[in-house]
Ligand binder design. Structure first.
Ligand code: BG6
Length: 497
């Protein structure tokens, strides 16, 4: 858990009075992420005393039974926040409302419990996206779409460009773009924000941040977890839709974007959109086959414990062809980045839980030092997003002693050590940004649709092929073909150096 929870919260600005309505309030996301994030904000004293949280679900549940479920969820997912008084005070904020699908009168009951004229009202749609249109229509019909109402849309928003457009259009009938918060929790991670600060508040990197000096970029989000009881959802989704279309492409945008003119939400989003528009499209199925790898885990072991194959997970059909691993090579067609490969990779049941961006600089043009084995780990900037959050600049340095022997060494910006203050987790930061009305860390409609446009040829080519996803053993780094993707360019993934 976040070791900084015990530290003071020096950064918190006061929040306006608000109500947070969690659609899908008894679901997995609420239990794992949303309630623990709100509890952490509560425990840090960041929430106004009268902030309320109203969970909406389909099941008939008394408040007492709902709170018992919440207590269980918080025990499992917020273990570092277990002070009985704090939990009790947090639970005072919570209530539950049953709202079955199609119950239009239910929205009037919901409206009766809210005060959107005087309080910020956040409706978080943690439901499957095919319910977004109906929920937004229900909210609007009950008058819950005024200026103070903000709607958070969870990912994946649609299955492809057409379905994403349809959802955006339906939701847009009732809410303005400035009321819509399309969430990508990777943008809320502290080191992602810090990457923007490092890039745009220092002159050091800017001259080097281009094709002349950067050889290639790796972006990895590796998980040791499997599908964790979400087999049915995951099997319809797969890693490309679950992780690449959103998290990985958003990280790529932050690395590759031009400096925005200001920190205004649209100034930032305009620059990210230009990156997405500059991604070279996959022109044919052959290109997809050459530049992408899709894999699926077989039985193996994680941390010494045996784990089953993906197809043996609960609710996953035998013979499923859904990918649990993706690696791909992307290129950005603009003056800054032409010819620089961006290697993206994500997978479930991999060897380690890690998320990192590695900026690999070019070799010096004329080597002076006899480096017996080139230190491939040096000459790179590594932005660790998790498990630890740090930025490390790996350099060649001389080993102490007579001989001029070089070793990789690093300058370490460890955010925890450097800034001894509480750090909000990504969901907490983003939820509070919604309350504050800050849109810059949320995706605009055009960005999201452009990301779908770019991944669509990959989805189409994979659907059309008879080839199965490449198998990999759970606990490994994915199919060997993912290493080959880089070795064609004479490089290796960070952990293979
Ligand atoms: C979610 C995906 O968006 O991100 C999950 O739906 C994935 O499948 C999760 O496990 C990873 O997030 P994090 O922050 O734990 O790396």
């Amino acid at each position: 858990m976040n070791p900084s929870l015990a530290l003071p919260d020096l950064s918190a600005e006061p929040l306006p009075a608000f109500d947070m309505v969690l659609f899908g309030g008894t679901g997995d996301l609420a239990a794992r992420k949303l309630l623990p994030a709100l509890l952490a904000a509560h425990a840090a004293g960041v929430l106004p005393h009268d902030a309320r949280i109203l969970a909406v679900g389909r099941r008939a549940l008394s408040r007492k039974r709902y709170l018992a479920q919440v207590a269980e969820a918080l025990r499992a997912h917020a273990p570092s926040c277990q002070d009985a008084h704090v939990l009790e005070a947090f639970c005072q904020r919570l209530s539950y409302l049953r709202l079955p699908a199609g119950d239009t009168a239910g929205y009037a009951r919901l409206a009766g419990r809210l005060s959107p004229e005087t309080r910020v009202t956040v409706c978080y749609l943690a439901t499957p996206p095919d319910q977004f249109a109906d929920i937004c229509a229900g909210l609007a019909a009950a008058g819950l779409n005024g200026r103070n109402v903000r709607v958070v849309l969870e990912k994946p928003l649609g299955r492809d460009l057409a379905s994403s457009r349809a959802i955006n259009a339906a939701v847009g009938e009732h809410f303005g773009e400035d009321q819509l918060y399309r969430i990508d929790h990777y943008l809320g991670k502290e080191s992602v924000q810090n990457l923007m600060a490092i890039r745009f508040a220092n002159v050091l990197f800017e001259p080097l941040w281009r094709r002349e000096w950067i050889h290639h970029v790796e972006i990895t989000i590796a998980e040791t977890l499997g599908v964790e009881g979400r087999g049915a959802f995951y099997d319809r989704t797969g890693a490309l839709r679950d992780m690449v279309q959103n998290h990985l492409l958003q990280l790529l945008c932050i690395v590759a974007m031009e400096p925005p003119a200001s920190l205004d939400a649209d100034a930032i989003r305009d620059e990210k959109l230009k990156v997405l528009q500059s991604l070279r499209p996959f022109a044919s199925a052959e290109e997809v086959a050459r530049h992408t790898v899709r894999g699926q885990y077989h039985a193996g072991a994680i941390d010494g414990e045996a784990v089953c194959a993906y197809t043996d997970e609960e609710a996953v059909p035998d013979g499923s062809r859904t990918e649990t691993f993706v690696a791909l090579r992307a290129e950005i067609g603009n003056w800054r980045w032409a010819g620089v490969p961006f290697f993206l990779r994500t997978g479930k049941r991999l060897a380690a839980r890690t998320a990192q961006i590695v900026i690999n600089f070019r070799d010096v043009p004329h080597p002076l030092f006899a480096i017996p084995v080139v230190c491939p780990r040096a000459n790179r900037l590594v932005i660790h997003l998790q498990p630890e959050e740090s930025i490390r600049l790996y350099l060649h340095a001389k080993e102490p002693g007579d001989a001029m022997r070089l070793q990789p060494a690093y300058l370490n910006l460890d955010f925890y050590e450097m800034f001894r203050m509480r750090r909000a987790d990504a969901y907490e930061r983003l939820l509070l940004d919604v309350v504050r009305g800050r849109l810059s860390l949320f995706m605009r409609r055009d960005e999201l649709e452009q990301a779908w446009r770019w991944v669509e040829p990959v989805l189409a080519a994979w659907e059309a092929t008879d080839a199965l996803p490449r198998p990999y053993v759970a606990g490994s780094w994915g199919p060997a073909a993912a290493s080959a993707l880089l070795s064609q360019e004479g490089v290796t993934w960070q952990e293979e150096c």
